[in-house]
Each structure stands twice: as C-alpha cells, then as structure tokens.
Design a protein around this ligand. Structure first.
Ligand SMILES: [Zn+2]
Length: 125
C-alpha cells in the first residue's frame, strides 16, 4: 500500500519561479541598506558585543547570517561584535558557533528578537 502524502513533495516549475522572483525582489529591496543612524541605534540597544557582552574595544558590524550565506548588512541582520568574536565567528552559522563557544545561544536569539522588535516594529514593511 502506498503511503498517503498530504502535500506534494516537489514544487511545480511555476511555483519555483515565483518563489525565486519573490526572493530576488526581497533581497534587492533590503540589500545592504544599514544606515549610520541605524548602526548607532544598534550599538545603543546592545550596549556592547552582542555575543559576549564585551565593551570597550571598538565594536564591528557583524552579520548574524554571514554574507557568504546570503546575509546582508541590514538592520535586521547586523549586530555589534567585538573584534575577538567577529574574527572567531567569521562566516560560520551563528547558533552553531555560539554553542561551540559555550555562549548563551537562547539569550542571544531572544535579545536579538527583542531589540529588532523595538527598532523595527513592522519587519514586513
Ligand atoms: Zn565579543
């Protein structure tokens, strides 16, 4: 007996094209648009390195989702990171890296979401 499938396992060509187009438009719209003003708001909101809470040393713009993995320099994807965290994280996936560094992954994700909600109340706009 054949197992019943609730959803088709493959997308039709039309659907795939539509998704690809939508994704392309979305990326074009938000491409690297972090302004200096937004960066200052991020620095203010985090009050230090987003990952280790370190202060003092100049904080760098770190893409939570690395650029090499499709991340962009946008308000929703950039956090302040100290030179040490930035260099260590490099282009690895953030949650795996946090776990390896024994940093509090849950606290980071929660804080990131809270800060983004405060800085951009409607992320869909
Ligand atoms: Zn750090």
């Amino acid at each position: 007996m054949q197992p019943r499938r609730k959803f088709p396992t493959t997308r039709s060509a039309t659907t795939s094209a539509r998704y690809a187009k939508r994704r392309k438009n979305r990326l074009a719209r938000v491409d690297n648009d972090l302004t200096d003003a937004e960066w200052l708001r991020l620095l203010d909101a985090w009050g230090g390195c987003a990952y280790c809470q370190g202060e003092g040393a100049a904080l760098q713009r770190d893409c939570v989702q690395p650029v090499s993995r499709g991340g962009r320099y946008t308000l929703g994807n950039v956090v302040p990171a100290c030179a040490s965290c930035n260099a260590s994280k490099h282009n690895t996936e953030v949650t795996g890296w946090l776990r390896r560094k024994k940093l509090d992954e849950r606290a980071f994700l929660l804080r990131h979401a809270t800060i983004l909600q405060a800085l951009m109340p409607d992320p869909e706009q």
